[in-house]
Design a protein around this ligand. Sequence first.
Ligand code: HEC
Length: 190
Amino acid sequence: MMKIANSIGPVTLALAAALAACRGSSAAPATKDTPAPAAKTAPAAMNMDSRTPLPLTAMMASHQKQEMRDHLKVVQEISAALTKDDFDAIAKSASRIGWSEQQAMMCKHMGAGAPGFADVGEHFHKTADTIVDAAKRHDRAGVTAALDATLRTCVGCHDTYRQEIVDDATFSKSAGSSGMDASCPMMRGK
Ligand code: HEC
């Protein structure tokens, strides 16, 4: 216990110092055109990350992370339901990450600036459908196998891509003709 506390101490102190430094900064607050001072530290972190950048606007990135947190919740709900062999609950939760036209469109928009991303996303949602299928058959081993296959697609995508926040103009440029438009569910405040 002491050992853990000792090893965490310096990190906590360093973090506190960094935060204090941020608060003490006399730089002007962030505006639409001038990013917050903290943003200057982002490139350093990015240089250590060799994954393929997925260019997204700040709004899209925030939306994606929100979706991701719900994906994780789905997995948790499925594990909980598995302990009770509650196949209806499994099917219901898994269908939240299942394939749909709307999902496919979202993956296409999100991945407009990153080759292959939309395909990985679609493959993920289709794999998640196999959890629903197995649950409907009340096939416990099938559900666990499908859950494993689905988690592999989560892991695979995370190993490959990282978010990169860009401004609207940069996103449109990187996305080319497949960029965001009013038809995207995200632009309708889904
Ligand atoms: C097609 C790609 C893709 C798939 C599939 C995918 N993710 Fe993600 N996920 C991402 C990206 C990109 C990020 C941002 C990672 C980064 O920038 O470091 C992310 C981030 C996350 C985060 C962090 C959210 C936050 O608030 O910071 C969680 C949690 C997460 N994903 C869970 C999951 C789970 C669980 C699954 C599968 C059930 C999944 N993801 C499938 C691409 C994907």
